[in-house]
Design a binder for this molecule. Sequence first.
Ligand code: CP
Length: 307
Amino acid sequence: MKFKGKDIISIRDFTKEEIEKILDEAEKMEAALAKNTNLELLKGKILATLFFEPSTRTRLSFATAMQKLGGNVIGFDNVEATSIAKGESLIDTVRTAEKYCDLIVIRHPKEGSARLAAEISEKPVINAGDGANQHPTQTLLDLYTIRKLKGRIEGLNVALVGDLKYGRVMKSLAYALAMFKANLTLVSPLGLELPEEITKEIIEKFDAEIIQTDNIFSGIKNADVIYVCRIQKERFEDVYEAEKLQKSFKITSQMLEKTKEDVIILHALPKTVEIEPSIDKTKKAKYFEQVYYGIPVRMAIINLVCP
Ligand code: CP
């Protein structure tokens, strides 16, 4: 396993053993955080966060993780305040940023942009979301959360609920869960199914058995983990259509009453209307605990790949 200098662009860049190694390292980071241990593992190193799309959790948790490791953070989250507003290209922006840092984290609305950045940069590049394509570090923290809260991943019934067509989190996660031999139920409105090439790929590669439905209740009733994502309104051509789906496709407390007693509900966040607000207070809702695990998992990732 060689992590130093590795780009992280897609969850497909990892073997199962490599993912397990990251999760094990994240456990050590979580223990160090709990003890308030002063880690100086990356003292003098600089992480550049280049965010061409909005973010709260990913950008803040990467920055927190780097600082907890003793390193420093530079970057932007408002392209209007950079020379991109003057017409500078992504390529030249990356060529510049790599001269200032040891590691780049990038989020960009175009699919393939992180791969392009990695081809240009001699410093490792981590994809923090490229359009509707991939969000691999979110998947690593999701796997960590599931393993932590359920004790295993293999054999669990996991329902992926929401916009599986445009949700990059779901594309990365479906692949990883199939790799870890979870039982997948894909629950989405008609027309927002996981792209066929991905279901085909995970069936062929991992012999995954997949159930697909547009009925939320039947999709979640036997689940051990319900993973929800919002309708990705910003990726719709017809905003009215997105709003119509937002109103009809949501998890209610009534539905939750009929689910397993020990089911957990996860969400990469931000959430909008897809989970009834009263559910936040129930013991089944674990998404804000999940948010916290972004720190130890990203500490592990940064520490492993930073040269
Ligand atoms: N989970 C996630 O990617 O959240 P942000 O868009 O806030 O970074």
